[in-house]
Design a protein around this ligand. Structure first.
Ligand SMILES: [Ca+2]
Length: 284
């Protein structure tokens, strides 16, 4: 389900529109996805029939360690968007070690990049991970891998590039507590993939073949509820006229600029788009 909604979505639209002029209300595309232990985050964005990455063999078959493609959420690219999680629950098992919750268990993991998707280094293993892509199939070297081994997993804000695999865990700055972590969405991203990082340390991804339910358990999934929010007002709001829409966008853009979510160039682009749009026109 993809829903356009505001913080105040239970209130009448007119009221929502008028509050926009006073506050930078946020709008969200919200979704809940189930991520399976075999969902290979490095398989993000591959064409059907492409190998899911594994150093030990080919395939989208789930055999030979390649696992299966990760789950995907599509959205509209825009500068200044932020991803956050309202809930991540469940347990998976990596085929050895303990059953792990969304933040994983203490065990250093260092997986190399594969075909345009960056590797990742983390102090835990068996956690929920993500990667943003545009509409292109990942290829080439990919961006610089993120390294959480020194900085840890208790960050509050994380700025991301396309193709950069990132730690999500339970989406909180602690484990089961703390602040809601803010993931800055790359301005040109159109797809968020959720999956699991697995492989042998110092190698590319793989070893997904033995992931599954912990002995005695029947499930091996994480359930993640999240939203991608933007402070930009919607085109189809209850605007009295085009000018009212444009001034609402200007307020939101100013705020995002002040918060460092967008650059001056992106701000100018957003204002130019708003000015040229038909939003708020033909309404008396
Ligand atoms: Ca956490």
């Amino acid at each position: 389900m993809v829903a356009q909604q505001g913080k105040t979505n239970m209130k009448p639209l007119l009221f929502l529109a008028s509050t926009l002029l006073l506050h930078a209300a946020t709008y969200a595309s919200a979704e809940t996805l189930t991520v399976y232990a075999k969902d290979n985050i490095f398989g993000a964005g591959r064409l059907p029939g492409d190998d899911t990455p594994s150093p030990s063999g080919p395939a989208n078959s789930g055999a030979n360690g390649g696992g299966v493609p990760p789950v995907v959420f599509s959205f509209t690219a825009r500068p200044g968007q932020v991803l956050s999680f309202s809930s991540v629950t469940g347990h998976i098992w990596m085929g050895d070690g303990p059953e792990s919750g969304p933040d994983g268990f203490d065990h250093d993991l260092n997986i190399l990049s594969y075909e345009g998707i960056a590797g990742i280094r983390t102090p835990t293993t068996g956690y929920l991970a993500g990667v943003f892509l545009d509409d292109n199939v990942p290829a080439g070297m990919g961006p610089t891998p993120l390294d959480f081994s020194a900085s840890g997993i208790n960050f509050t804000v994380l700025e991301l590039e396309l193709g950069q695999v990132f730690f999500i865990g339970d989406g909180l700055s602690g484990t089961g507590s703390g602040a809601v972590q803010q993931f800055k969405v790359p301005a040109t991203a159109t797809r968020l993939f959720l999956g699991i990082v697995d492989g042998r340390n110092g190698q590319g991804p793989g070893a997904y073949d033995n992931n599954g339910p912990f002995p005695g358990s029947s499930d091996s999934t994480f359930t993640a509820s999240f939203a991608i929010t933007t402070a930009l007002p919607p085109c189809d709001g209850a605007w009295k006229n085009h000018g009212e829409y444009v001034s609402a966008v200007a307020k939101a853009v100013e705020q995002q600029l002040a918060e460092g979510l967008i650059t001056q160039e992106q701000a100018d682009e957003l204002m130019s788009e708003a000015g040229q749009s038909d939003c708020g026109k033909n309404k008396k």
